[in-house]
Design a binder for this molecule. Structure first.
Ligand SMILES: NC(=O)c1ccc[n+]([C@@H]2O[C@H](COP(=O)([O-])OP(=O)(O)OC[C@H]3O[C@@H](n4cnc5c(N)ncnc54)[C@H](OP(=O)(O)O)[C@@H]3O)[C@@H](O)[C@H]2O)c1
Length: 292
């Protein structure tokens, strides 16, 4: 397959590009600066431009771009950046997919779509929730509409667990110091997926006739308290206290509200279509991130 990847320098993109190449696929990477390598093609999402020939003839486009959700404290201005860096590029790619008749678009999205589900499990049929992330995901997914003629997958991804970054990036130093603890009261569900399974699932979605929303989340949901206990165990630092929401808010801004929401998300479509997860529990996934 010839696959065009946007956001290829990110955590998931880097791992996906490597996996596709290992499988023998040809990958072209869209870059926002000047193209410097033979596999790079320039695009400028705010200007709505993609290099001639970048998308034509592709078998699939994978869109994994967007400014980092937890990289900075959330302000109104930061929220606008998070939104614009997803919606605009998606519109540009969807239009290119339609123009060049590319048969498949796998587009990033997030389990944030569901908002706060409370303890009730949500699969792909659940409605969008409330809050900034949910609204952002709705607009991000709607931006794929221009690609209506293609098979469009909305890859609603959970927190990706990896030794290379993701959610564990900011939490790791806290645990190393013995300061990591439950967030809020710890009863909220916290969807997770190991990077290897995230990449394998994206490949599975590229190669199988599946369309619409797909939850990329580990098969055994974990509460924040369970997650924190498992993380404490792999770090050999028992998490004995909780981080109060006001302290979290002081550090992260409005992101605190999103982190302490409960998201009991089930990967129903992947399960139904026969995808096999390598890491079935958060404890297994976290242990694997430490082992590397
Ligand atoms: N990691 C997670 O836990 C997680 C969970 C749920 C959803 N997701 C979503 O999945 C996608 C990929 O995640 P990731 O963890 O790989 O993200 P990442 O490491 O932050 O990488 C995202 C990539 O997006 C591109 N990008 C950054 N700012 C941009 C901007 N202003 N406009 C356009 N592109 C921009 C960059 O690639 P280039 O420099 O190559 O353009 C960057 O490497 C993101 O949309 C993310 O929100 C991730």
């Amino acid at each position: 397959m010839r696959v065009v990847v946007a956001g290829s320098s990110g955590l998931i993109g880097t791992a996906l590009v490597a996996a596709l190449r290992r499988a023998g696929d040809e990958v072209l990477r869209l870059v926002r600066g000047p193209a410097q390598a033979p596999d790079e093609r320039r695009w400028d999402p705010p200007a709505g431009r993609i290099d001639d020939g970048a998308v034509a003839g592709a078998d699939a486009v994978v869109n994994l771009c967007g400014a980092g959700i937890a990289d900075r404290r959330w302000s109104q201005a930061r929220k606008q950046v998070l939104l614009d860096s997803r919606v605009e590029p998606t519109e540009v790619l969807a239009a290119a997919v339609a123009e060049h008749g590319v048969p498949v678009l796998v587009n990033g999205s997030a389990v944030g779509y569901y908002g706060d589900t409370g303890p009730a499990p949500a699969d792909e049929r659940a409605a969008a929730g409330e809050g900034f992330l949910a609204d952002m995901c709705v607009r991000w997914e709607a931006a794929t509409e221009a690609a209506a003629g293609a098979r469009v997958v909305l890859a609603r991804t959970a927190q990706v667990l990896s030794s290379r970054g993701g959610l564990l990036g900011p939490l790791r130093p806290l645990f190393a110091l013995g300061l990591g603890g439950r967030l809020g009261d710890g009863s909220q569900f916290m969807p997770w997926i190991h990077l290897d399974d995230e990449v394998a699932a994206l490949e599975f979605l590229l190669r199988n006739d599946i369309s619409g929303p797909v939850n990329l989340a580990g098969p055994t949901p974990a509460t924040n308290a369970e997650f924190t206990r498992a993380l404490g165990r792999v770090k050999h630092r028992p998490a004995v206290f909780s981080v109060p929401t006001f302290a979290l808010r002081a550090v992260t801004g409005d992101l605190a509200d999103e982190i302490t929401r409960s998201q009991h998300v089930l990967p129903e479509v992947l399960r139904d279509k026969g995808f096999t997860f390598r890491y079935r529990t958060v404890a297994e996934a976290l242990a694997a991130t430490e082992a590397r």
